[in-house]
Design a binder for this molecule. Structure first.
Ligand SMILES: NC(=O)c1ccc[n+]([C@@H]2O[C@H](COP(=O)([O-])OP(=O)(O)OC[C@H]3O[C@@H](n4cnc5c(N)ncnc54)[C@H](OP(=O)(O)O)[C@@H]3O)[C@@H](O)[C@H]2O)c1
Length: 268
Protein backbone atom coordinates (compact mmCIF):
# COMPACT_ATOMS: atom_id res chain seq x y z
CA UNK A 1 0.00 0.00 0.00
CA UNK A 2 1.29 3.52 -0.81
CA UNK A 3 1.99 5.95 2.05
CA UNK A 4 -0.40 8.80 2.80
CA UNK A 5 0.77 12.06 1.16
CA UNK A 6 0.99 13.83 4.50
CA UNK A 7 2.83 11.01 6.27
CA UNK A 8 1.81 9.37 9.52
CA UNK A 9 0.80 10.95 12.82
CA UNK A 10 1.52 9.00 16.01
CA UNK A 11 -0.99 9.76 18.76
CA UNK A 12 -0.54 8.57 22.34
CA UNK A 13 -3.58 7.97 24.54
CA UNK A 14 -5.72 7.46 21.44
CA UNK A 15 -8.05 4.69 22.65
CA UNK A 16 -10.63 7.24 23.85
CA UNK A 17 -11.22 10.87 24.79
CA UNK A 18 -9.14 13.71 23.34
CA UNK A 19 -6.52 11.40 21.78
CA UNK A 20 -9.11 9.39 19.82
CA UNK A 21 -10.77 12.60 18.61
CA UNK A 22 -7.39 14.07 17.53
CA UNK A 23 -6.57 10.83 15.66
CA UNK A 24 -9.86 11.01 13.73
CA UNK A 25 -9.40 14.73 13.00
CA UNK A 26 -5.87 14.12 11.65
CA UNK A 27 -7.19 11.21 9.54
CA UNK A 28 -9.85 13.58 8.18
CA UNK A 29 -7.06 16.00 7.24
CA UNK A 30 -5.31 13.27 5.22
CA UNK A 31 -2.70 12.02 7.69
CA UNK A 32 -2.10 8.33 8.20
CA UNK A 33 -2.46 7.56 11.89
CA UNK A 34 -0.73 5.30 14.38
CA UNK A 35 -2.83 5.11 17.53
CA UNK A 36 -1.38 3.87 20.79
CA UNK A 37 -2.75 3.14 24.27
CA UNK A 38 -3.22 0.05 26.45
CA UNK A 39 -6.80 -1.01 25.56
CA UNK A 40 -6.54 -3.17 22.45
CA UNK A 41 -10.27 -3.40 21.66
CA UNK A 42 -10.84 0.34 21.94
CA UNK A 43 -7.71 0.99 19.85
CA UNK A 44 -8.98 -1.36 17.15
CA UNK A 45 -12.24 0.60 16.97
CA UNK A 46 -10.49 3.97 16.68
CA UNK A 47 -8.15 2.47 14.09
CA UNK A 48 -11.08 1.22 12.00
CA UNK A 49 -12.85 4.60 12.22
CA UNK A 50 -9.64 6.40 11.14
CA UNK A 51 -9.05 3.93 8.29
CA UNK A 52 -12.52 4.72 6.95
CA UNK A 53 -11.53 8.41 6.76
CA UNK A 54 -8.06 8.16 5.17
CA UNK A 55 -8.12 5.22 2.75
CA UNK A 56 -6.94 2.64 5.25
CA UNK A 57 -3.78 4.33 6.53
CA UNK A 58 -4.28 3.44 10.20
CA UNK A 59 -2.22 1.28 12.55
CA UNK A 60 -2.45 0.49 16.23
CA UNK A 61 0.28 -0.25 18.77
CA UNK A 62 -0.97 -1.51 22.14
CA UNK A 63 1.54 -0.37 24.76
CA UNK A 64 1.57 0.50 28.45
CA UNK A 65 3.54 3.73 28.61
CA UNK A 66 4.02 3.27 32.36
CA UNK A 67 6.19 0.24 31.63
CA UNK A 68 9.94 0.94 31.56
CA UNK A 69 10.18 -0.19 27.91
CA UNK A 70 6.88 1.43 26.77
CA UNK A 71 8.46 4.28 24.78
CA UNK A 72 11.13 2.00 23.26
CA UNK A 73 8.45 -0.43 22.07
CA UNK A 74 6.60 2.32 20.21
CA UNK A 75 9.79 3.70 18.63
CA UNK A 76 10.88 0.20 17.59
CA UNK A 77 7.50 -0.59 16.06
CA UNK A 78 7.36 2.68 14.06
CA UNK A 79 10.95 2.15 12.81
CA UNK A 80 10.44 -1.52 11.93
CA UNK A 81 7.28 -0.71 9.95
CA UNK A 82 9.23 2.01 8.08
CA UNK A 83 6.41 4.51 8.58
CA UNK A 84 7.13 8.01 7.24
CA UNK A 85 6.39 9.94 10.43
CA UNK A 86 5.38 13.59 10.10
CA UNK A 87 3.44 14.26 13.31
CA UNK A 88 3.67 13.32 16.97
CA UNK A 89 0.84 13.96 19.39
CA UNK A 90 1.87 13.65 23.05
CA UNK A 91 -1.59 13.30 24.56
CA UNK A 92 -1.57 10.35 27.00
CA UNK A 93 -1.83 11.66 30.52
CA UNK A 94 -3.67 11.28 33.76
CA UNK A 95 -4.78 13.37 36.71
CA UNK A 96 -4.85 12.66 40.44
CA UNK A 97 -7.21 14.55 42.69
CA UNK A 98 -6.35 14.83 46.38
CA UNK A 99 -4.11 16.51 48.91
CA UNK A 100 -0.42 16.09 48.10
CA UNK A 101 0.40 14.27 51.35
CA UNK A 102 -2.67 12.03 51.17
CA UNK A 103 -2.04 10.74 47.64
CA UNK A 104 0.62 8.04 47.60
CA UNK A 105 4.09 8.92 46.41
CA UNK A 106 4.05 5.93 44.05
CA UNK A 107 0.84 7.08 42.36
CA UNK A 108 2.20 10.60 41.96
CA UNK A 109 5.51 9.28 40.57
CA UNK A 110 3.60 7.16 38.04
CA UNK A 111 1.63 10.21 36.95
CA UNK A 112 4.80 12.32 36.64
CA UNK A 113 6.32 9.59 34.47
CA UNK A 114 3.30 9.40 32.13
CA UNK A 115 2.72 13.17 31.95
CA UNK A 116 6.33 14.37 31.66
CA UNK A 117 8.98 11.66 31.11
CA UNK A 118 7.03 9.82 28.40
CA UNK A 119 6.47 12.84 26.09
CA UNK A 120 10.08 13.97 26.54
CA UNK A 121 11.49 10.48 25.81
CA UNK A 122 9.15 9.82 22.88
CA UNK A 123 9.89 13.19 21.30
CA UNK A 124 13.65 12.77 21.82
CA UNK A 125 13.63 9.37 20.15
CA UNK A 126 11.29 10.29 17.28
CA UNK A 127 12.86 13.64 16.33
CA UNK A 128 15.30 11.99 13.88
CA UNK A 129 12.31 10.49 12.00
CA UNK A 130 10.34 13.76 12.12
CA UNK A 131 13.34 15.64 10.70
CA UNK A 132 13.09 13.50 7.53
CA UNK A 133 9.55 14.71 6.71
CA UNK A 134 9.11 17.72 4.39
CA UNK A 135 6.90 19.33 7.08
CA UNK A 136 6.46 17.92 10.57
CA UNK A 137 4.41 18.72 13.65
CA UNK A 138 4.47 18.05 17.39
CA UNK A 139 1.32 18.58 19.44
CA UNK A 140 1.70 18.48 23.23
CA UNK A 141 -1.45 18.27 25.34
CA UNK A 142 -1.14 20.27 28.56
CA UNK A 143 -4.15 21.77 30.37
CA UNK A 144 -5.51 25.12 31.50
CA UNK A 145 -4.15 24.20 34.95
CA UNK A 146 -0.68 24.57 33.40
CA UNK A 147 -1.25 28.31 33.68
CA UNK A 148 -1.95 28.52 37.40
CA UNK A 149 -1.52 26.68 40.69
CA UNK A 150 -4.36 24.41 41.76
CA UNK A 151 -4.69 23.15 45.33
CA UNK A 152 -5.91 19.50 45.30
CA UNK A 153 -4.00 18.80 42.06
CA UNK A 154 -0.52 20.03 43.01
CA UNK A 155 1.55 17.48 41.10
CA UNK A 156 -0.85 17.28 38.14
CA UNK A 157 -0.84 21.06 37.63
CA UNK A 158 2.96 21.06 38.05
CA UNK A 159 3.31 18.32 35.44
CA UNK A 160 1.17 20.25 32.96
CA UNK A 161 3.11 23.49 33.62
CA UNK A 162 6.19 21.45 32.70
CA UNK A 163 4.56 20.31 29.44
CA UNK A 164 3.65 23.90 28.53
CA UNK A 165 7.08 25.38 29.29
CA UNK A 166 8.94 22.48 27.65
CA UNK A 167 6.73 22.71 24.56
CA UNK A 168 7.28 26.44 24.10
CA UNK A 169 11.04 26.07 24.69
CA UNK A 170 11.32 23.21 22.20
CA UNK A 171 9.42 25.31 19.67
CA UNK A 172 12.08 28.02 20.00
CA UNK A 173 14.88 25.49 19.53
CA UNK A 174 13.22 24.05 16.40
CA UNK A 175 12.46 27.42 14.81
CA UNK A 176 13.71 27.49 11.22
CA UNK A 177 13.58 23.68 10.89
CA UNK A 178 10.82 21.59 9.29
CA UNK A 179 9.18 20.92 12.68
CA UNK A 180 6.52 23.08 14.34
CA UNK A 181 5.54 22.62 17.96
CA UNK A 182 2.12 23.46 19.41
CA UNK A 183 0.81 23.13 22.96
CA UNK A 184 -2.91 22.61 23.55
CA UNK A 185 -4.31 23.61 26.96
CA UNK A 186 -7.87 22.27 27.23
CA UNK A 187 -10.28 23.32 29.95
CA UNK A 188 -12.85 20.83 31.18
CA UNK A 189 -13.47 18.08 28.61
CA UNK A 190 -16.00 15.29 29.12
CA UNK A 191 -13.91 12.11 28.81
CA UNK A 192 -12.78 9.29 31.09
CA UNK A 193 -10.35 11.73 32.72
CA UNK A 194 -12.35 12.71 35.84
CA UNK A 195 -13.25 9.09 36.61
CA UNK A 196 -9.62 7.97 36.35
CA UNK A 197 -8.41 10.93 38.41
CA UNK A 198 -10.86 10.08 41.20
CA UNK A 199 -12.76 13.33 40.58
CA UNK A 200 -16.31 11.96 40.52
CA UNK A 201 -17.30 14.67 43.01
CA UNK A 202 -16.46 17.25 40.31
CA UNK A 203 -18.44 15.48 37.56
CA UNK A 204 -21.48 17.75 37.71
CA UNK A 205 -19.31 20.86 37.17
CA UNK A 206 -17.33 19.13 34.42
CA UNK A 207 -20.60 18.28 32.64
CA UNK A 208 -21.97 21.81 33.11
CA UNK A 209 -18.89 23.67 31.87
CA UNK A 210 -17.13 21.00 29.81
CA UNK A 211 -17.30 20.17 26.11
CA UNK A 212 -16.93 16.90 24.27
CA UNK A 213 -13.46 15.98 22.94
CA UNK A 214 -14.33 16.68 19.28
CA UNK A 215 -14.27 20.53 19.39
CA UNK A 216 -11.03 20.32 21.39
CA UNK A 217 -9.48 18.08 18.74
CA UNK A 218 -10.62 20.39 15.92
CA UNK A 219 -9.15 23.47 17.63
CA UNK A 220 -5.91 21.63 18.49
CA UNK A 221 -5.37 20.28 14.96
CA UNK A 222 -6.23 23.65 13.36
CA UNK A 223 -3.69 25.40 15.64
CA UNK A 224 -1.12 22.67 14.88
CA UNK A 225 -1.47 22.98 11.12
CA UNK A 226 -1.32 26.80 11.37
CA UNK A 227 1.91 26.54 13.38
CA UNK A 228 0.53 28.26 16.51
CA UNK A 229 2.59 28.05 19.69
CA UNK A 230 -0.40 27.48 21.92
CA UNK A 231 -4.15 27.02 21.85
CA UNK A 232 -6.81 27.11 24.55
CA UNK A 233 -9.87 25.49 22.92
CA UNK A 234 -13.30 27.08 23.50
CA UNK A 235 -14.26 30.75 23.72
CA UNK A 236 -15.42 30.43 27.33
CA UNK A 237 -12.02 29.05 28.35
CA UNK A 238 -10.16 31.81 26.48
CA UNK A 239 -12.29 34.45 28.27
CA UNK A 240 -11.80 32.73 31.65
CA UNK A 241 -8.05 32.61 31.09
CA UNK A 242 -7.94 36.33 30.14
CA UNK A 243 -10.04 37.28 33.19
CA UNK A 244 -7.74 35.21 35.38
CA UNK A 245 -4.79 37.12 33.97
CA UNK A 246 -6.39 40.41 35.05
CA UNK A 247 -6.66 39.34 38.69
CA UNK A 248 -3.70 39.21 41.08
CA UNK A 249 -2.22 35.68 40.75
CA UNK A 250 -2.77 34.75 44.41
CA UNK A 251 -6.43 35.79 44.22
CA UNK A 252 -7.25 33.93 41.01
CA UNK A 253 -5.45 30.82 42.31
CA UNK A 254 -7.31 30.84 45.61
CA UNK A 255 -10.70 31.29 43.87
CA UNK A 256 -10.10 28.29 41.56
CA UNK A 257 -8.48 26.16 44.29
CA UNK A 258 -11.30 27.04 46.72
CA UNK A 259 -13.89 25.35 44.49
CA UNK A 260 -11.83 22.17 44.15
CA UNK A 261 -10.79 22.01 47.82
CA UNK A 262 -14.36 22.52 49.05
CA UNK A 263 -15.57 19.63 46.88
CA UNK A 264 -12.64 17.47 48.00
CA UNK A 265 -13.42 18.04 51.69
CA UNK A 266 -17.14 17.41 51.23
CA UNK A 267 -16.30 14.11 49.52
CA UNK A 268 -14.66 12.77 52.70
N1 LIG B 1 -10.52 15.74 30.20
C1 LIG B 1 -10.13 16.90 30.66
O1 LIG B 1 -10.91 17.63 31.32
C2 LIG B 1 -8.73 17.39 30.37
C3 LIG B 1 -8.47 18.74 30.58
C4 LIG B 1 -7.19 19.22 30.33
C5 LIG B 1 -6.21 18.37 29.86
N2 LIG B 1 -6.48 17.06 29.67
C6 LIG B 1 -5.38 16.19 29.19
O2 LIG B 1 -5.78 15.59 27.98
C7 LIG B 1 -5.08 14.36 27.80
C8 LIG B 1 -6.08 13.29 27.39
O3 LIG B 1 -7.00 13.12 28.44
P1 LIG B 1 -8.50 12.66 28.23
O4 LIG B 1 -9.35 13.68 28.84
O5 LIG B 1 -8.75 12.25 26.83
O6 LIG B 1 -8.48 11.39 29.23
P2 LIG B 1 -8.94 9.88 29.07
O7 LIG B 1 -10.28 9.79 28.45
O8 LIG B 1 -8.72 9.28 30.43
O9 LIG B 1 -7.88 9.28 28.05
C9 LIG B 1 -6.55 9.05 28.42
C10 LIG B 1 -5.85 8.26 27.32
O10 LIG B 1 -4.52 7.96 27.76
C11 LIG B 1 -4.30 6.56 27.68
N3 LIG B 1 -3.43 6.12 28.76
C12 LIG B 1 -3.59 6.31 30.10
N4 LIG B 1 -2.60 5.72 30.78
C13 LIG B 1 -1.81 5.12 29.84
C14 LIG B 1 -0.65 4.32 29.91
N5 LIG B 1 -0.09 3.98 31.09
N6 LIG B 1 -0.09 3.85 28.77
C15 LIG B 1 -0.64 4.16 27.58
N7 LIG B 1 -1.74 4.92 27.44
C16 LIG B 1 -2.31 5.38 28.56
C17 LIG B 1 -5.70 5.94 27.82
O11 LIG B 1 -5.80 4.68 27.18
P3 LIG B 1 -5.73 3.25 27.88
O12 LIG B 1 -6.42 3.32 29.20
O13 LIG B 1 -6.37 2.38 26.88
O14 LIG B 1 -4.27 2.96 28.02
C18 LIG B 1 -6.54 6.95 27.04
O15 LIG B 1 -6.48 6.65 25.66
C19 LIG B 1 -4.35 14.09 29.11
O16 LIG B 1 -2.98 14.45 28.96
C20 LIG B 1 -5.03 15.02 30.09
O17 LIG B 1 -4.17 15.41 31.14
C21 LIG B 1 -7.73 16.55 29.91
Amino acid sequence: MTSPAKGYALITGASQGIGAAVALELARKGFGVVVTARSEDALRQVCAAAAALNNGHARAIAVDLSAPDGVDRIVRSVSEQGLPLSCLVNNAGQGLWGMFDELTLDDQRRMMHLNMTVPVALTHQLLPLLRKAPEAYILNVASMVAHHALGSMAVYSGSKAFVLRWSRSLRIELKGTNIRVTCCSPGSVITGFTQRAGMQAMDDLARKFGTGPEPVAKAAVAALLHGKAEVIPGLMNVVASKLQGLLPTGLSESIASGIYLKRLRSRK
